[in-house]
Design a protein around this ligand. Sequence first.
Ligand code: AMP
Ligand code: MN
Ligand code: MN
Ligand code: MN
Length: 284
Amino acid sequence: MMLNIDLHCHSTVSDGLLTPTQLVEHAAARGVDILALTDHDDVSGLAEARAMAAERNITLINGVEISVDWRGQTLHIVGLGIDPEHPDLACGLSSIRNGRMVRARNIATQLDKIGIHGSFEGASRNAGEGHLLGRMHFARFLVQQGHARDVKAVFKKYLVKGKPGYAPHQWAPLSDAVGWIRASGGRAVIAHPGRYKLSRKAMDELLEEFRALGGEAIEVITGSHTPEQSMQFARHSQRLGLLASRGSDFHGPGESYFDLGRMPALPAICRPVWHDWNEAIQAG
Ligand code: AMP
Ligand code: MN
Ligand code: MN
Ligand code: MN
């Protein structure tokens, strides 16, 4: 039997639409066997997800997606099998979340300048009490206010570099993010590499640097890749001896390219990031 493994998704703890409980129920209904919850810069949904996973007979992998700055570019590094209580990781994530509050104020100031007011409060309402603030919460506010048809359109028009609602931000260094993941016993994975605007040379340098820092895997199958990009990164992983991961990057019904667990399998040339997790998983 082939196990259905989805190692990248988001709950309301970051910018997803489903609570950790709802997310795991949704995964179970889609036939997912092994699920990693990978909220942005926050691990506080894992305990709730784990409780529901036990009820639905799903293996839950502790995950996180860390925001990183590399040569002025924002990258995302997924950590799999982390210890959410590890002090280096917890402290690093907490400092990124503090930075997110500062950036959110800056985004709101930018939007004020073009006559869109109340976005900080609106985004905060969308995020919910005590949850981190991301661009997705601003995007949903802008859709609610009628500034664009859907969140995709909002990003294009307002929230990316060169647009009026963009605020530059310094995330964690790549070496720190990989270091925290490793210190906490996890495996570092470059998320959706096809999304980064890098030359071939810069991509090679990134992959080499990531590997030298102790990074172990590349996300080959993700909602952000075309089939050609998946093959391209499958070959990168093979060439560099890096493992390969598979994740939907599901944020919620209607907001994601792939539903949970509903993505293509890893190309056969890949060595899965889960190859040595344990006997039950390897049997897949
Ligand atoms: P942040 O980490 O707050 O800067 O927000 C990044 C998140 O915004 C990503 O994880 C996606 O959920 C979402 N996002 C980024 N770019 C786009 C886009 N072009 N269309 C839709 N969602 C996007
Ligand atoms: Mn997101
Ligand atoms: Mn991401
Ligand atoms: Mn993600």
